[in-house]
Design a protein around this ligand. Structure first.
Ligand code: SF4
Ligand code: SF4
Length: 82
């Protein structure tokens, strides 16, 4: 991570939300919410669950988190590449 002499963080990577796949109902709202098309539904056992792909492109806007009615997407505090 790049820092200035003052110690301030420059260009920090935005936090990538995490998917609690065990809670996800597979409703797809977060898929529609991401304008960058970074959220997909993928097989999770006998059902589907959300997954964030190309996490390096995520702006951390939080639209997917806000769209989830059951809190299965959690705003991240650090980049996870989930
Ligand atoms: S935080 Fe924003 S850019 Fe990142 S996956 Fe969610 S909707 Fe897409
Ligand atoms: S909005 Fe929530 S429950 Fe629906 S697919 Fe996305 S993470 Fe799963």
């Amino acid at each position: 991570m790049e820092t200035a002499r003052s110690g301030a963080v420059l260009n920090p990577a935005p936090p990538v939300p995490r998917v609690a796949a065990d809670r996800c109902s597979g409703c797809g709202r977060c898929v529609s919410a991401c304008l960058l098309r970074l959220v997909t539904l993928e097989p999770q056992g006998y059902r589907k669950a959300a997954r964030i792909v190309s996490a390096e492109r995520c702006t951390g806007c939080g639209a997917c988190v806000a769209s989830c009615p059951i809190g299965a997407l959690v705003a991240g505090s650090v980049p996870t590449g989930c």
